[in-house]
Design a protein around this ligand. Structure first.
Ligand SMILES: *[C@@H]1O[C@H](CO)[C@@H](O)[C@H](O)[C@H]1NC(C)=O
Ligand SMILES: *[C@@H]1O[C@H](CO)[C@@H](O)[C@H](O)[C@H]1NC(C)=O
Length: 334
């Protein structure tokens, strides 16, 4: 009997040590990240590969100079990037031909790629000029959330769209998000007339959503993937609250005012930055519109079942950071 008691006790002790260790790690990491939202590697400059001149780098506090900015995070996307960029720029050029007041920029954020992503991206800057296509380089891989944050903070659009480099969404779906944002702004009576003049200053967010595809996906995916999915939804619900059915879709649009508030506060860099965005939207009472978009499952998707541990880790950091006030939220005037 004695020996059983001893064994149970030591198991409990080990368990306790692990739990305490984990808690300590969460607290330490939360503290370490408390200023990560303000930290930017020096003031960026864009390089013009045609003239080799430096181009002044805008910041999200500056007034908008373009109608829309498209931010594409890219990590080892040498192969899939060209097709996406061709389609995207083709769409943008068509539209600006039809509508004189439509102006755009595409910002590719190379997230420390090891392949030729940088070369491919700069080919497009060379071809379409630095006023329309720009590249931000992260020296080492820091995560999709951080790449998007950099892109957003240095963009010039009234509307800012993030989209994936693999072309999972058709770029013209952006009109759905854009129209809903404009419609909501008008409905709230904060925008005069039909022009999109004041849209930059009204904080609104539109999330692309794949929730309508869920039934079909449930039927075709492996059971453990579905299980992880449900678990993930539950954890998101606990961390950020209800209201958004699909937080993880890579197709989201922000007005400049919304982006200013959200991305000057964002701290998660990799797995759950979308969940943090939802949390921050609720904090600032920024309306979130969820809109169904078409989604083609492209093979080579990078999320593995193992990522669930990373997801839990980031959500734990976020909960600790905000609930204890270690991560302070700056409410910048717009
Ligand atoms: C992209 O467009 C360029 C020139 O318009 C073409 O040479 C290239 O093959 C296209 N790439 C893809 C993947 O469609
Ligand atoms: C998706 O695309 C198909 C055809 O390309 C279209 O019929 C359908 O309405 C689209 N669904 C959504 C939600 O946009």
């Amino acid at each position: 009997m004695e020996i059983w008691k001893m064994m149970i006790e030591s198991v409990l002790m080990i368990g306790l040590v692990i739990v305490l260790g984990l808690l300590a790690a969460i607290v330490v990491e939360t503290f370490r990240r408390r200023f990560h939202n303000v930290y930017l590697e020096a003031r960026l400059v864009f390089e013009d590969p045609n003239s080799l001149k430096k181009v002044e780098c805008p910041y999200i506090d500056d007034p908008a100079k373009k109608y829309i900015s498209l931010i594409i995070p890219a990590f080892n996307e040498e192969r899939r990037l060209p097709a996406t960029l061709n389609e995207t720029i083709n769409y943008l050029q068509q539209r600006s031909k039809k509508d004189q007041s439509f102006s755009y920029e595409v910002i590719i954020v190379d997230d420390g790629s090891k392949d030729g992503t940088k070369r491919v991206a700069f080919d497009y800057v060379r071809k379409y000029k630095v006023d329309n296509v720009r590249v931000i380089l992260q020296r080492k891989n820091q995560g999709k959330g951080e790449a998007i944050r950099k892109g957003m903070l240095h963009s010039r659009g009234k509307l800012l769209l993030m989209l994936d480099a693999d072309g999972a969404t058709k770029v013209d779906d952006l009109e759905k998000l854009e129209n809903q944002i404009l419609a909501l702004a008008k409905a709230k009576g904060q925008m005069t007339s039909d022009s999109s003049e004041g849209i930059a200053d009204i904080p609104i967010v539109a999330f692309g959503s794949r929730a309508h595809l869920e039934k079909k996906a449930l039927a075709t995916r492996k059971w453990y993937r579905n299980f992880l999915m449900k678990g993930f939804h539950l954890v998101v619900l606990l961390a950020a609250g209800p209201g958004v059915r699909d937080t993880q879709c890579g197709f989201k649009m922000f007005t400049r005012a919304a982006a200013r508030k959200l991305f000057t506060n964002l701290r998660l860099k990799r797995w759950c930055f979308d969940v943090e965005l939802v949390y921050l939207c609720k904090y600032f009472q920024i309306p979130i519109i969820e809109i169904s978009v078409n989604w083609s499952e492209i093979p080579g998707s990078k999320v593995s079942p193992l990522s669930i541990l990373n997801i839990l880790w980031e959500l734990a950091l976020m909960s600790m950071g905000y609930r204890t006030g270690i991560w302070s939220i700056s409410t910048r005037a717009s």
